[in-house]
Each structure stands twice: as structure tokens, then as C-alpha cells.
Design a protein around this ligand. Structure first.
Ligand code: ADP
Ligand code: MG
Length: 396
């Protein structure tokens, strides 16, 4: 991935041009009110740069999953209002639909430095299907294409791969560029020692990433429910913990592989176990001796200290996946400790994954990370070593 040069927005002439910018404005809404505008703010540098360079800015995004039909609940109207406030441009015109006469008129009427937002791309089934007719209609609105939506870069949708196929002048926006730069530092020319911390619910979700990282890292730390399967593969008794019985052979294989390649694969020694996530009977037990009626729901204090020790020597750290069921406060300590350890360390540090990033934000520790990836699925695909379609589509 890192070898492919990504065209930069700063190399394109934007003045007087209709510039289609794919952004990720998929913000959380509650009763029509934006509850977190982080994603809108994240796109501001790119939008402001385009405005300052006299582009005629046409933004496009999806919001939620309207499944190809118009649905006012998923209108980008509140986003247009919020964006206008943040940009201080007076007005952001929202089109009636993302394609068609209305959108065309708005696009052609734009003057230099003005901003329009196309209504939700996913009101049209052509977006997720990358339908050629839809793609052509969308592409015809602009003359230059910028992708600044890392969160959808792993999807072969019309606005991600179809539109750039029609437009010769295209580039990555600043947010996408930043994501690629940070994640590439975890893939090639990595400063050693490199420690990856993987957690979360299932080994099956993370197989590809483990396989790709195992010969790049010095040490792979495994926590969360995923560690249970590895502990069981080593012969431990896991009680009622989440264990993927069909992944035991794979876990054994990965343990053997790490040994033969001289990579440390570290799993927890102790866990916090309880009969259920809201039971009052939580206790610290060895991971290989969880009582029959209890399940491992967080990493224990010895494990937190051991992980901290390993991470203290790292120069590069990637973290994905919570260390426990952090949504329940009594099992959040291991995940918060991990966030504290990494954020307090001098290494180049990146956290990616929807739940992991949410945990870091919840603990208010984002500032301690060099990069907090805005794309859950996309960052994982990138670290699996896959070429993301949205990035490939920017090649001339
Ligand atoms: P990310 O979104 O950061 O990639 P995942 O989606 O893979 O992370 O995993 C997050 C989920 O894993 C959370 O819902 C969390 O509750 C769950 N989880 C982590 N550890 C455990 C555990 N020991 N038992 C049950 N669930 C767990
Ligand atoms: Mg998740």
C-alpha cells in the first residue's frame, strides 16, 4: 500500500473548478440533532483549502443506512446547517437529491468559493451498487474529484470508486492523506521495537490482521475475549468465557508460527471473571483456571502491569480491540489502563477500530495518540495489507 504514491490535492488547480469532494458526514443523530460533529470537523481542513483556492465545492456523503430509498430521517439537512456554522461561509446549499436536475442546477450555479452539499448518496440504490448510470450522473456534476472519506475507502461504492474513474483530475484530501501516512508507518519502514495490541470479541474478525502483522512486529499482545481462544488452545480451562471452539486449531497454528518466527505472542495471565456482565461476583483469576460458572470479561491487574512493561520498550505501537467488555463499567479498567499506557508512552502510536477508538475517546485520551483512525473497517483492511478500492481509484 505504502509504495503507491497518492496524488495530493495541493498539486491540483482548483480555482473556478467544480470540485466534488467525498466526505464522511455519517454523524450520529438523535431526534434529528447531531450528537457528535467530530466527522464534520475532521473534513474542515480539506473543505477550507478548497474554498480558499476558489473552488466551487460540491460535497457528497452518506448518512446512516437508508437502503436506497429517500427517508427524511437520514437527510443531511442538519449537517448542512452545522457545516455552514463551522465554515463561517454563510450558506451551504443542500440539494434535493444527490443526482438529477436540482443537483445539476445547484452545481452549475455555484460561484468560486461557494459550497453545496448533495443530499444523502444512499437515498439512491446506485451508490452502494456502483451503478454505471448513477455514477456517470454523479461524476457529471464535477470536474475534479477529491476523496477525504477514509471510513468508506474500503467500499467499492459509486462515490468512492465509480466517480474517480470518470474524472482525470483527482487526489486525496488532507484527512485521507493523514490516515494513509499514519497507517503506512505501521506497515513499512517501521521503527522497532514494534508492538501490536489486539483485542475485541472474536479471533475470527482479526485473523487476517494477525497474519499480516505477525512478521512485522516484535511482539503481539492479545487481550479481550480473543485471548480466551488462545488460552484454551494452550490447554487452559476457560469456564463460561467466550471461546471460539472452531478457531482453536488456528490459534495453535498462530502460536506455533510466532514461535518459529521469533515473535512474542503474549496473552493475559490473569482475568477478571464474573457469572454475567452485571453480576456482583467479579473476581481476579488465572486465565487458565476460570471457574466453571464464570466468564473472563477483562484483563487482570498482573496482566495490565505485564503489558505496560512490554509497551514501555516499544517505539511503534498499534492498538485495535478493547481488552475487555468495556461497555460495562466494572470491566472497563483493563481497556482504560491500556489507553493510559499507550497514550503516556513516547512511541509512535496509532489506535484503530470503532470500539477501541470509542474507548479512547470515552477516557479522554485521544491527545496521547499520534493518530486516532477515523475509519474502523477501513483501518483494519489497510493493516490486513489489502489495497483499499478508494485509494486505488485515485491512481491516474
Ligand atoms: P473494534 O471495534 O475496536 O475493532 P471489536 O469490535 O473487535 O473492536 O471488539 C469490541 C467488542 O469486544 C466490545 O463489544 C467488547 O465488549 C467485546 N469484548 C472484549 N473483550 C471481551 C470479553 N472478555 N468478553 C466479552 N466481550 C468482550
Ligand atoms: Mg467493533
Amino acid at each position: 500500500m505504502a509504495e503507491i504514491p497518492i496524488p495530493k490535492m495541493t498539486d491540483l488547480a482548483l480555482g473556478g473548478k467544480r470540485v466534488l469532494i467525498r466526505v464522511d458526514f455519517n454523524v450520529p443523530l438523535s431526534d434529528g440533532v447531531i450528537s457528535d460533529d467530530t466527522r464534520i470537523r475532521a473534513a474542515l481542513p480539506t473543505i477550507e483549502y478548497a474554498i480558499e483556492n476558489n473552488a466551487r465545492v460540491i460535497l457528497m456523503s452518506h448518512l446512516g443506512r437508508p437502503k436506497g430509498t429517500e427517508n427524511p430521517i437520514f437527510s443531511l439537512d442538519p449537517v448542512a446547517t452545522r457545516l455552514a456554522e463551522l465554515l463561517k461561509v454563510g450558506e451551504v446549499t443542500l440539494t434535493d437529491a444527490c443526482v438529477g436536475d436540482g443537483a445539476r442546477r445547484v452545481a452549475l450555479d455555484l460561484r468560486d468559493g461557494q459550497v453545496a452539499l448533495l443530499e444523502n448518496l444512499r437515498f439512491h440504490p446506485g451508490e452502494t451498487e456502483n451503478d454505471p448510470k448513477f455514477t456517470k450522473a454523479l461524476a457529471s456534476l464535477g470536474e475534479v474529484y477529491i476523496n477525504d472519506a477514509f471510513g468508506t475507502a474500503h467500499r467499492s461504492h459509486a462515490s468512492v470508486v465509480g466517480v474517480p474513474a470518470h474524472l482525470r483530475k483527482k487526489a486525496a484530501g488532507f484527512l485521507l492523506e493523514k490516515e494513509i501516512a499514519a497507517l503506512s508507518r505501521l506497515m513499512t519502514g517501521v521503527e522497532q521495537p514494534y508492538v501490536a495490541v489486539l483485542g475485541g470479541a472474536k479471533v475470527s474478525d482479526k485473523i487476517e490482521i494477525i497474519k499480516n502483522l505477525i512478521n512485522r512486529v516484535d511482539c503481539l499482545i492479545i487481550g479481550g475475549a480473543m485471548a480466551n481462544t488462545f488460552a484454551a488452545a494452550k490447554g487452559g480451562t476457560l469456564g463460561a468465557s467466550l471461546v471460539e471452539a472452531d478457531k482453536l486449531a488456528l490459534a495453535r497454528d498462530l502460536l506455533a508460527r510466532s514461535e518459529s518466527e521469533g515473535v512474542k505472542l503474549i496473552i493475559p495471565s490473569d482475568v477478571v471473571a464474573a457469572t454475567s456482565p452485571d453480576a456482583g461476583d467479579a473476581e481476579v483469576v488465572p486465565i487458565n483456571g476460570v471457574p466453571a460458572d464464570k466468564m473472563a470479561l477483562d484483563i487482570g491487574p498482573d496482566t495490565r502491569a505485564a503489558f505496560k512493561d512490554i509497551l514501555g520498550r516499544a517505539k511503534t505501537i498499534f492498538w485495535n480491540g478493547p481488552m475487555g467488555m468495556f461497555e460495562a463499567p466494572q470491566f472497563a479498567a483493563g481497556t482504560i489502563a491500556m489507553a493510559r499506557t499507550i497514550s503516556g508512552q513516547g512511541a509512535f502510536s496509532v489506535v484503530g477500530g470503532g470500539d477501541s477508538v470509542a474507548a479512547v475517546r470515552q477516557a479522554g485520551l485521544e491527545k496521547g495518540f499520534d493518530h486516532v483512525s477515523t475509519g474502523g473497517g477501513a483501518s483494519l483492511k489497510f493493516l490486513e495489507g489489502k489495497v483499499l478500492p478508494g485509494i486505488a481509484a485515485l491512481q491516474p
